[in-house]
Design a protein around this ligand. Structure first.
Ligand SMILES: [Zn+2]
Length: 297
């Protein structure tokens, strides 16, 4: 568990792209130590797009990576599963512009990765260990990362809607089973009133009640029940996990978010990487974070 990992065997799945509406085949392929996570557009001459913050491109409603002319969208649910299951090195092949949305959660990705099996590399994993707090806000929205022994997320949402209202949850993502059981099944959600606006902008063309919870005025339009009473805040933690993974390192920190979203998640990831005096890289140890330890590249 403390060494870098890849998957044992290639695995694949096919599904609908949420925004473009087309079918996409996703294939996960083992990669050598130090590769990191790299998306590969097999329909675009095997163009490579590393899953790192420096390749993150501005977008609405999902997280997009771009390398020159080539891009890949809706990466956050897959990236949440990859990082939470501690897969450090992986090739992600796609024959279209987006990761398939599948059921709108990360559960199918967890199942896919587990079905591939894990292979440990000889190289140890370096953890980005935070030693000083990093705090950001934007109007009423807040996000912060505090030094912590493990990776923990505390999240609160507050929507003016009878089903959502205030939901809060704190989860340690240190245990890979916690992600698989508590967070991965939580589906993405949207408001009925926003769906037409999204479609007007050419987005959510593949969206349906099969891959998102759609909220009407006073309930959900889906026939299935919620997977958890607080499925919404669980999905927000899932999104945050995926967005923060673009730091490119396993993180030891306690992240606290209030009414945040992709934009603020990604700003936090960027602020962490830029605050070079506020973290160090080291293999896992039981020790608490040490102030004054030197940052490395
Ligand atoms: Zn999401």
């Amino acid at each position: 568990m403390l060494n870098r990992q890849t998957i044992e065997n290639p695995v694949e799945v096919e599904g609908i792209a949420l925004h473009s509406g087309g079918r996409v085949r996703l294939r996960l392929v083992p990669a050598g130590p130090g590769t990191g996570v790299v998306f590969v557009r097999t329909d675009r001459g095997d163009a490579e797009i590393p899953a790192k913050l420096e390749f993150q491109a501005p977008s609405f409603y999902s997280t997009v990576l771009r390398n020159g002319e080539e891009s890949v969208g809706t990466v956050e649910h897959l990236m949440a599963a990859v990082s939470a299951l501690l897969v450090d090195d992986l090739r992600i092949e796609l024959d279209g512009p987006e990761v398939p949305i599948l059921d709108g959660s990360a559960r199918p990705f967890v199942e896919l990765i587990r079905s591939a099996g894990f292979r440990e590399h000889a190289a140890t994993r370096d953890y980005l260990t935070l030693t000083r707090p990093i705090v950001l806000h934007e109007e009423e929205k807040r996000i912060a990362a505090y030094p912590g022994r493990e990776f923990r997320v505390t999240y609160a949402i507050d929507f003016d809607h009878p089903l959502l209202g205030h939901q809060e949850l704190s989860v340690s993502l240190w245990d890979t089973h916690a992600f698989a059981e508590k967070l991965a099944p939580a589906r993405t959600f949207t408001f009925e009133r926003d769906v037409e606006a999204l479609r007007g902008r050419g987005l959510a063309l593949g969206g349906s009640l099969d891959n998102a919870i759609v909220l009407g005025e006073d309930g959900i339009l889906n026939e299935q029940e919620l997977r958890y009473p607080d499925e919404f805040v669980r999905h927000k933690i899932l999104d945050l996990t995926g967005d923060l993974s673009l730091v490119g390192r396993a993180v030891r920190a306690h992240v606290v978010a209030y009414r945040a979203g992709h934009d603020l998640h990604l700003r936090l990831a960027r602020a962490i990487l830029q605050a070079r005096d506020s973290w160090y890289l080291a293999p896992w140890s039981e020790e608490a974070p040490r102030r004054g330890a030197t940052a490395q590249a």
